[in-house]
Design a protein. Structure first.
Length: 184
């Protein structure tokens, strides 16, 4: 009984890791990444659309992102969305595309980014704790109802903690990699 309860937590924890990956990808590091701009919302014929849905985004150089809209009439809307974002970057319209050259981040900006990474990591850890408490509560309810024996209850607690520790370690590893990228 308790094994079924514990096995259903793993997919939820995997979702936390996928979310963390997406959030960390959005944080600018020393490397240029298209994920910095691909989720920017752009006014596209009266509706808001993610930039990645209306343009081709690619890396054009070591510090340059190129944006090629599928419909050239949206160039100004894309430029406006980039200028209105909190990215602090200036797009340059060149013919039928937009180029974004990212300067190397200053030391102060890097510290802000590290702080942001730590916030994302902590949010992920809080979600793990939430799931651990949820599953532990379910195990205790099973014990109270007589569906789980007492020794299985404590075995389940140990297994649950091992899984949580495993995912906490993954979060730490992802955080260390991102922090290293930011400081490069």
């Amino acid at each position: 009984m308790y094994k079924e309860i514990i096995t259903k937590i793993r997919p939820e924890l995997e979702k936390v890791m996928i979310f963390l990956d997406k959030e960390l990808a959005k944080i600018r590091s020393g490397r240029v990444s298209t994920s910095i701009v691909e989720d920017l919302m752009v006014d596209y014929y009266g509706e808001k659309n993610a930039l990645k849905k209306i343009a081709t985004i690619s890396i054009a150089g070591p510090r340059t992102i190129s944006i090629q809209p599928w419909d050239k009439s949206t160039l100004l809307n894309i430029e406006k969305a980039i200028l209105g974002s909190d990215l602090g970057i200036n797009p340059i319209v060149e013919g039928d595309s937009i180029k974004i050259t990212l300067p190397p981040p200053s030391e102060e900006y890097r510290k802000e980014l590290l702080h942001l990474v730590n916030e994302k990591l902590e949010t992920s850890r809080l979600t793990l704790r939430h799931w651990r408490e949820e599953v532990w509560r379910e195990i205790q309810d099973g014990f109270r109802q007589g569906k789980i024996r007492e020794d299985d209850k404590f075995r389940a607690k140990d297994e649950l903690q091992k899984i949580i520790d495993e995912f906490n370690k993954k979060i730490e590893e992802k955080g260390e990699i991102k922090k290293k990228e930011i400081m490069e």
